[in-house]
Design a protein around this ligand. Structure first.
Ligand SMILES: Nc1ncnc2c1ncn2[C@@H]1O[C@H](COP(=O)(O)OS(=O)(=O)O)[C@@H](OP(=O)(O)O)[C@H]1O
Ligand SMILES: [Mg+2]
Ligand SMILES: [Mg+2]
Ligand SMILES: [Mg+2]
Length: 305
């Protein structure tokens, strides 16, 4: 029987299942060995895994939600996919949850789904597979509201590969255990493949006890959620709306913040510029605005207030 749950609950439940299948495709491409790397720009690779995972996600979500706008990192995809790549089912456990009142009446035309089929592509090609995530972000009008972060290479205690983290503002999060980062330290997580002089100036302004250089916006936000870092700093343009929509929604559903370096949330409607011009600053604590003011004015002015 078709579910009568509100649209946002069905999009979330379908995205959970779709992200898992996309994760399997990403593992399969690596196993088979020919990554089919194409350079989209400087330090901006695309592989067969990015292309195939995107086709699976966009074809599945388009078929299930024909009235919803979907924007994927890898551009227009051929939606004519084999049945094995079409996800029909919804995550039943998620569907049992109660929909927060604020999203209950949202209509298909209110949504934009931002898809990053493989976040951390540079790291995927270099063997840092634990940094890789599949990101499906759900915006209602301007706001990032729901998100799925799937880690295809996460090893479960029973040996199974992959785990799926979700967050919906007003409902909460699932799929991981939230921990706070160690008090008395200040650990920053940041890019390992897209640094520059401006970004370095911002990093230098923080009293960091440790700097973790890892790939992907999804993985960095997981480090915040699991207490491995206190703040995620990226003080330069480069990452895009599909990098931040899902991580922002999951982090904020857990009480954290993901904003530009001026402390402002990005907009995620269908007409926004894809590049996050004012960088990224994310944290789990209640001192987010203090972090904003640590970034030197000259960095802020160069990136654009
Ligand atoms: N300068 C530049 N050029 C092109 N692409 C860029 C740039 N900076 C960040 N990104 C994209 O942002 C995603 C995360 O990359 P990083 O971990 O290096 O940076 S970040 O700190 O999370 O922004 C990662 O997304 P994926 O392409 O999905 O892997 C990067 O491609
Ligand atoms: Mg990319
Ligand atoms: Mg990305
Ligand atoms: Mg990507």
């Amino acid at each position: 029987m078709a579910s009568t749950a509100p649209v946002i609950m069905r999009i979330m439940a379908s995205s959970i299942q779709t992200a898992k299948l996309a994760g399997g495709i990403i593992r399969d491409v690596l196993k088979q060995g020919d990554l089919g790397i194409v350079d989209k720009g400087k330090n901006d690779p695309q592989t067969e895994a990015d292309r195939s995972a995107q086709r699976c996600i966009i074809a599945s979500l388009t078929k299930k939600f024909p009235g919803v706008k979907i924007i994927g990192e890898e551009g227009g995809s051929d939606l004519n996919v084999c049945d094995d790549w079409l996800v029909e089912d919804l995550d039943e456990e998620f569907l049992q949850k109660s929909c927060p009142a604020e999203w209950r009446d949202a209509k298909p035309e209110d949504f934009v789904i931002w898809v990053d089929p493989l976040d951390g592509t540079a790291e995927y090609t270099q063997g840092y597979v634990e940094h890789v995530t599949v990101l499906i972000g759900i915006a209602v009008k301007d706001a990032a509201v729901g998100g799925i972060i799937h880690q295809p290479f996460y090893q479960q205690p029973d040996g199974e590969l992959g785990r799926t983290i979700w967050g919906l503002k007003g409902l909460g999060t699932g799929g991981f255990t939230h921990s706070l980062a160690p008090p008395g330290e200040f650990i920053i997580t940041t890019t390992r493949s897209h640094s520059n002089a401006l970004h370095q100036q911002a990093l230098n302004a923080f009293p960091a006890t440790k700097i973790l250089k890892v790939g992907g916006a999804g993985f960095k936000v997981l480090q915040l959620l699991e207490g491995k870092a206190h703040a995620y700093v990226f003080a330069t343009p480069g990452c895009k709306k599909w990098d931040t929509c899902a991580p922002e929604a999951v982090l904020e559903a857990q009480g954290g913040f993901l904003t530009d370096i001026n402390g402002k949330n990005y907009s995620y409607n269908a007409d926004v510029e894809h590049v996050n011009r004012q960088g990224v600053l994310a944290s789990v604590g209640e001192n987010h605005s203090e972090l904003v003011y640590k970034i030197p004015r000259k960095v802020r002015e160069a990136v654009g207030v």
